[in-house]
Unconditional design. Structure first.
Lengths: 187, 214
C-alpha cells in the first residue's frame, strides 16, 4: 500500500468522523422537527389537564402577574375559584413541575404533578395515579399556611422512602401558598 | 453461527446482564415494575439492532482509529431518536424511565456488541445478534423486575395490568420496601446471576452425561 502523508491521514480520519456526525445530526434534526410539535402539544395538554384537576369547573381567565421570593413559582393562572400556580421545586432527581390550586382564601384546592424525574417506584409515586399517589396529593387539600413533612415536625405524611421528594413537593406548595397570599394582599 | 446458538448465547451463556455484566446501571435502577423492565428492554433491543446494523454496514468505511468515536455518535443518534419518539408518542413510558433512556448511550452493552460483533460480521448476522442480545437483556430485566416488584411492592405487572396498579399478591404493609430501593436491586440481581449460573451448569452436566452414554 502506498504510504499516506500525515496531513492526508489526519484529514481522512477527521473528515470521516465529520461526515458521520453530520449525517447523524441531519437525521436528528429531521426527527426533531416531526416530534417537537407533538411533544409540546403533550406538555400543554398535560398542563391543561392538571389545571382542570386542581381547579375543577373553574373558568380560567388567563395568566396573572405575580411576585415570588422563592424562585419556585413559574406561572400563575387566575380563575373565578382561585389560582392555579405552576411551581417547579427541585426534587431528588431534578425539577418536579406541578400545579397547585389555591382558593382566594389561601386554602389548597388540589395538587397535580405535571412532570418529574424522581426514582421509579419511590419518589415517582407523588405523581402516580395509584392509590398511594392519590392519597399523598389529597392530604394537602384544605390545608393552608406553611406546611412541612412529618420528619421536619409538620403534618404531611411523606411517601415511604422518598422524604426528599415529599419535602420538595411541600416546598413547592408553600411557595404557591405564599405567592397567592401576596396576590390577595395586593388585590 | 446458527440461529439457535445465537438465541442460547443471548439468553444464557453470553447473557449481557447475567454473564457479561453489562448495562448494570439501568438494570439496577429501573427494575422496579414489569412495565419499566419491558419498556427498557424493548428500547434497548431496538437501539441495539439499529446500531448493530448500521455499524456492520459501515464497518469497512469507518477507519479503526476513530471507530469508538464513530460508534458512540451513531448509538447516541439512535438513542436520541428513540427518546424523542417515546416523548412524543409514549409519554407514560418516557416519564417512567426518565433519565435512563438518554443514558442508554453509555450502556456498555451496545458499544460492546458494536465492538465485539457488528464491526466484524455481516449486516444480517449483526441484526440477529442485536435481536438475541436485546432479548436476553429484556428477559434478565423482566426476571429482576418481577422479583423486586413482588417482594418490594407486593404486586405483579405494575404499570400494565389492573389499570397500572398491578395485581396485588402480598397484602399492603407486608412487602419489604427495601427491595424496590437500590439495595434490593443488588440483592435480586445477585440471586438472578446465581440462578442462571446454576442453570448453565446443569445444562452442561446434562450434555456431558448424554455424551458419556454415547
Amino acid at each position: 500500500m502506498k504510504q499516506e502523508s500525515v496531513v492526508k491521514y489526519i484529514l481522512r480520519l477527521a473528515l470521516t468522523l465529520l461526515l458521520i456526525t453530520g449525517v447523524v445530526a441531519a437525521a436528528l434534526a429531521g426527527i426533531n422537527s416531526i416530534t417537537a410539535p407533538k411533544i409540546l402539544e403533550n406538555q400543554q395538554a398535560k398542563i391543561r389537564a392538571a389545571i382542570q384537576t386542581v381547579l375543577p369547573e373553574a373558568n380560567i381567565s388567563g395568566e396573572v402577574a405575580f411576585t415570588d421570593a422563592t424562585g419556585l413559582v413559574k406561572t400563575v393562572y387566575g380563575s373565578d375559584k382561585g389560582y392555579a400556580v405552576e411551581v417547579a421545586p427541585v426534587g431528588f432527581g431534578g425539577d418536579i413541575t406541578m400545579l397547585v390550586g389555591v382558593s382566594h382564601e389561601g386554602k389548597i384546592l388540589g395538587v397535580a404533578v405535571v412532570s418529574q424525574t424522581e426514582t421509579a417506584g419511590l419518589g415517582a409515586i407523588v405523581a402516580a395515579d395509584s392509590q398511594a399517589g392519590q392519597s399523598f396529593r389529597d392530604q394537602f387539600v384544605g390545608l393552608s399556611g406553611t406546611l412541612a413533612v412529618e420528619k421536619d415536625g409538620g403534618e404531611i405524611d411523606s411517601v415511604t422512602g422518598a422524604t426528599i421528594t415529599s419535602r420538595a413537593v411541600t416546598d413547592g406548595i408553600n411557595a404557591a401558598l405564599s405567592c397567592v397570599a401576596d396576590l390577595e394582599k395586593v388585590g | 453461527m446458527k440461529f439457535k446458538d445465537h438465541v442460547k448465547e443471548g439468553l444464557l451463556t453470553k447473557n449481557p446482564v447475567t454473564v457479561q455484566l453489562l448495562g448494570m446501571c439501568s438494570t439496577l435502577a429501573i427494575t422496579t415494575s414489569l412495565f419499566n423492565g419491558l419498556g427498557m428492554g424493548l428500547a434497548v433491543t431496538v437501539i441495539l439492532i439499529c446500531s448493530n446494523v448500521l455499524i456492520s454496514a459501515l464497518r469497512n468505511f469507518i477507519p479503526s482509529q476513530i471507530r469508538i468515536a464513530a460508534y458512540i455518535v451513531i448509538i447516541a443518534g439512535f438513542v436520541t431518536i428513540v427518546d424523542l419518539i417515546l416523548q412524543a408518542y409514549l409519554q407514560e413510558l418516557s416519564e417512567s424511565l426518565g433519565v435512563f433512556i438518554p443514558l442508554i448511550v453509555v450502556n456498555c452493552m451496545i458499544l460492546g456488541r458494536a465492538e465485539a460483533f457488528a464491526s466484524k460480521n455481516g449486516v444480517l448476522a449483526s441484526a440477529l445478534d442485536g435481536l438475541c442480545q436485546g432479548f436476553g437483556y429484556t428477559v434478565a430485566l423482566v426476571v429482576v423486575c418481577v422479583i423486586r416488584e413482588l417482594l418490594g411492592s407486593g404486586t405483579f405487572g405494575g404499570g400494565i395490568l389492573n389499570n397500572g396498579e398491578g395485581i396485588r399478591i402480598i397484602p399492603q404493609g407486608f412487602p419489604a420496601m427495601q427491595m424496590v430501593m437500590p439495595v434490593g436491586g443488588f440483592l435480586a440481581l445477585g440471586f438472578v446471576i446465581a440462578g442462571s449460573q446454576w442453570l448453565m451448569r446443569k445444562l452442561e452436566h446434562r450434555k456431558k452425561d448424554k455424551e458419556a452414554v454415547r
